[in-house]
Design a protein around this ligand. Structure first.
Ligand code: SF4
Length: 329
């Protein structure tokens, strides 16, 4: 088992015979995520450090994970210090950096370093790329069934796409669950007359977030970053695939992706989720300047059920969008 702090070239990890575990997913689905945050605070992490970092720390310790790939470039600067603390606890930490300038040669060098450290060959990696591409295509179908056929909920879309960061450590099992899901949803009656929302930013730390939105007559039909995890680019070249991934690089590629989604998916509004104490909150400025449809910014701090104030803000936002479409009055 090898922990990953963010999306990394999974083809290399799997080709090396390791079982990748996205530490974010393990933390947030643990059933004790609040306790994990408290545990990290007891170990000395201050209040004003993002809850995801604290959750990852405790998850590594509690699961006895001995090896972690820490994304120290293109994701989160907190991961640099987190990696050093984990090293002090005896964990083997392998840093991986996405180059901010999206330079192909630099990324290729980073992938080569990872390949050597994990002990995979390029032919094995390319074979794994072909294997994963067949699952990525099915995830693209699931996404199209969400916004095109309107038979997949925002929560279901989120669940499958967010889990594609590690394919739950078992691509074969992941694919069979996906196949079963796709076979079932095709028989569903399409949803209609809903407010169509795009969800931007890191995955929500709240529980019942998507369910709350759907109870208000809206549905998320675009999960921006989760969709990026699934890499729906159809690339044959693995380096190119990780260059197309928008999340670790300059904001301009994310903005283009979002604008394309607004048009293609006929979005009525956007929700930008920000994490308390996260530098990515600053991107809200660019999102507001560059997008043309209404945008609601939310902030989440600790894991747990979505709070009443946030629910009220979403409700007001959805009502405003309904009124704009002539559906409320
Ligand atoms: S939410 Fe922000 S601060 Fe927290 S781990 Fe992710 S990038 Fe880092």
């Amino acid at each position: 088992m090898i922990g990953i702090t963010a999306t990394v070239p999974l083809e290399i990890v799997l080709a090396a015979g390791r079982t990748p575990v996205d530490l974010n997913n393990l933390f947030i689905t643990s059933g004790s995520s609040r306790e994990l945050v408290a545990q990290a605070e007891s170990a000395g992490f201050s209040h004003n450090i993002c809850a995801w970092i604290k959750g990852i720390y405790s998850t590594v310790i509690n699961h006895g994970i001995r090896e972690v790939i820490a994304v120290t470039g293109g994701d989160c600067s907190n991961t640099i210090a987190l990696g050093e603390i984990l090293e002090q606890k005896g964990v083997r930490v392998i840093p991986f950096e996405y180059p901010l300038d999206r330079n192909r040669e630099t990324l290729q060098n980073q992938m080569e370093i990872l390949r050597v450290k994990l002990g995979a060959t390029w032919p094995e990696i390319e074979n794994m790329g072909v294997r994963l591409e067949s699952i990525r295509k099915k995830l693209k179908q699931l996404d199209q069934l969400t916004y095109g056929k309107n038979v997949v909920t925002g929560s279901e879309n989120h669940r499958f796409l967010v889990n594609s960061s590690d394919f739950n450590g078992n691509p074969d099992l992941f694919e069979s669950e996906l196949d079963e899901f796709l076979a079932g949803v095709r028989k569903r009656t399409p949803r209609s007359n809903e407010i169509r929302l795009g969800y931007l930013g890191v995955p929500p730390i709240f529980t019942q977030f998507y369910e709350c939105i759907e109870s208000l007559g809206a549905r998320v039909v675009f999960n921006e970053v989760q969709r990026q995890f699934s890499m729906p680019f159809g690339q044959k070249d693995i380096v190119e695939q990780y260059l197309q991934y928008t999340y670790p690089y300059h904001m301009s590629a994310r903005l283009k992706d979002i604008k394309d989604a607004i048009n293609e998916r006929q979005l009525d509004g956007l929700i930008h989720y920000t994490q308390t104490f996260c530098y990515r909150q600053i991107y809200d400025i660019l999102l507001r300047e560059d997008t043309t449809i209404p945008l609601l910014t939310l902030e989440g701090d600790r894991p747990g059920f979505i709070d009443g104030r946030t629910v009220l803000r979403i409700e007001t936002f959805v009502e405003m969008l309904q009124a704009g479409k002539g559906e409320l009055f």
